[in-house]
Design a protein around this ligand. Structure first.
Ligand SMILES: [Zn+2]
Length: 119
């Protein structure tokens, strides 16, 4: 799948061919603004602010220019592991979403940690 975006801080374009075999190459980072405990307060706002930036410097510039509070920054490999199975089975009949303990275990298994993720 082709994933293409622009850095929210500097508008630099980025694109990757992302597959299931391995994470995409790149030193870019993903920034998630809204902590897990607040994600469902306004899920559109939450998803709109899960973005890929050129670097942590661009995250910091964006945080400052938007007067936002820094969220969670992860590298592309962590983002890829996180995304790889998060919605697994979602389109299957009888799908049941993860219970909180199973969700926490999944988040830990892909390398996420800390209070941002409720861990
Ligand atoms: Zn940038």
């Amino acid at each position: 799948m082709l994933v293409a975006t622009r850095c929210p801080a500097c508008s630099r374009p980025h694109a990757w061919n992302v597959g299931t075999e391995h994470p995409p190459d790149g030193a870019q980072v993903a920034h998630f603004l809204v902590p897990v405990q607040r994600m469902w307060d306004d899920v559109v706002h939450t998803c709109r602010h899960q973005r890929i930036f050129c670097s942590e410097d661009c995250v910091d510039n964006w945080i400052q220019s938007t007067s936002s509070t820094r969220g969670y920054v992860m590298d592309l490999s962590t983002l890829w592991r996180f995304a790889a199975h998060w919605y697994e089975g979602r389109m299957d009949r009888g799908y049941v979403r993860r219970e909180p303990a199973a969700a926490a275990a999944y988040l830990r298994s892909v390398g996420l940690s800390g209070s941002f993720w409720g861990l």
